[in-house]
Design a protein around this ligand. Structure first.
Ligand SMILES: [Zn+2]
Length: 198
């Protein structure tokens, strides 16, 4: 399993390295019809579970982006930092929707290299949470440059809030699952309309 956090929602991961950003977002606890009460994969006191997630996600990222083995070691101190990064990313994606204020949430160093083949590459720097922040922000930058960043979205169902990649032609999706969260919202709206009429 390359993207354990995203795959636990039975979602197709975002293309390329952007799936790392999506997978970090999906480590958050979630509750929706398809899979109720999924735990926070970055909760304090569960370092083994967080490390297991990081091992798989970093392996997935290395595979998707054609890199060799990358080993990321998390410590207990990394967990609150990663949850903070995750919250900031979530808010940034939500702001992208409605034109929020340009607040600088976070920053991380990266190394940009020019290879003999003429290709430029962005490499994450640091260790632990710093490395992950660097990798995630670099992938976000590349996704913005290629125009796919705006397809990474947070499900509009507040209790769900799963990160999904919108593959619709006009990028109009708002639910991680039209049949699940979308249908539940539709039924709720119908019921309210009926009540208003009565
Ligand atoms: Zn949802």
């Amino acid at each position: 399993m390359n993207w354990p956090a995203t795959e636990r929602h039975r979602l197709t991961p975002a293309p390329g390295g952007l799936a790392l950003v999506q997978d970090l977002l999906n480590t958050a606890p979630a509750d929706h019809s398809a899979s109720a009460d999924l735990p926070d994969l970055l909760a304090d006191g569960a370092l083994d579970r967080a490390q297991e997630w990081a091992d798989a996600a970093v392996r997935g990222w290395a595979g998707e982006t054609g890199r060799g083995d990358v080993r990321l070691v998390l410590t207990a101190d990394d967990l609150p930092k990663l949850r903070c990064l995750r919250d900031q990313l979530r808010r940034a994606l939500a702001a992208d929707d409605g034109g929020g204020d340009a607040v600088r949430f976070t920053s991380a160093p990266v190394v940009v290299s020019l290879g003999g083949d003429g290709c430029l590459a962005v490499e994450p720097e640091g260790a632990g949470a710093r490395w992950l922040a660097s990798a995630v922000l670099a992938e976000g930058l590349l996704a913005q440059a290629s125009g796919v960043w705006r397809r990474l979205k947070i499900c509009r169902n507040g209790t769900c809030a799963v990160a999904f990649y919108d593959r619709s032609r006009n990028n109009s999706g708002v639910w991680h699952s039209v049949r699940g969260c979308g249908n539940a919202a539709h039924l709720r709206a119908c019921r309210e309309r009926r009540r208003a009429k009565a």
